[in-house]
Design a protein around this ligand. Sequence first.
Ligand code: PAF
Length: 282
Amino acid sequence: MKVLSSSEETYRLVDQMRMEGKRIGLVPTMGALHEGHLSLVQRAKQQCDMAIATIFVNPSQFGPNEDFQKYPRTLQNDLNLLADKGCDLVFTPTNAQMYPQGHSTFIEPPSVAEAWEGPIRPGHFRGVATIVLKLFQILPAHVGYFGRKDYQQVAVIRAMCRDLNLPIAIEACQTVRESDGLAMSSRNRYLSPSERQRALGLFRALEAAEKLIQEGCISGRQVEQAMRKELETSLVDSIDYAAIVHPDTLESIETIDSEVVGIIAARLGATRLIDNATFRLT
Ligand code: PAF
């Protein structure tokens, strides 16, 4: 497995792979890898000739009071995990490389960024869209792999690719969960044992929503209330949102008449977790 931190060298190598007719899969990450990330690499290996990962903790997607400083940085372990999965190339740029002196160009995120995470994390999707576009430029892949756990992030990236005519397909891969249902996240390692236990509330709330919809409930409001009740019963410290939304627009759904997505953001102590699930009327 090759590890490169120069964007010029990386571009040259990926460009050469393309010229050789190789299909390239790209897995952008911020490191602190877990099974969720590794499943994306595995998918890229299955579908492409070359699986490439990036590791960069992107400062522009963190707010001033967020966890940029304490975000886990576990580079050597990440590289070992990627090598074990057969990753072909890892791009690990420095901050100066991605944001050189005088850098002042940013992407205005698409409208799907405006709700939910948007107002709670101002500037977050501007930072995500900007770094993802920059990575797509440096590593001109055929397919970009992202986890569905960050449902709105995937919607933002898809819309950006559509709006800017980017020649890359976006694959959203299933959320990988711990055996008790907690969605894997690099931020789970912040949780104390009590918070870890209470964090299961997010999964339970999604289960409660699914049960209600399967029983025939078509009221978005009622399902949201059921999710909130479950989150409160599980003693999460606060709920940022628990909503039933349209799978593409992420607009709130009043009446459930086809596929919908339950999205949740909640806090356990200083840790903020998100989760989601897709529901279909049976
Ligand atoms: O999901 C993440 O880890 C990040 O938001 C991403 C897509 C790597 C951009 O920094």
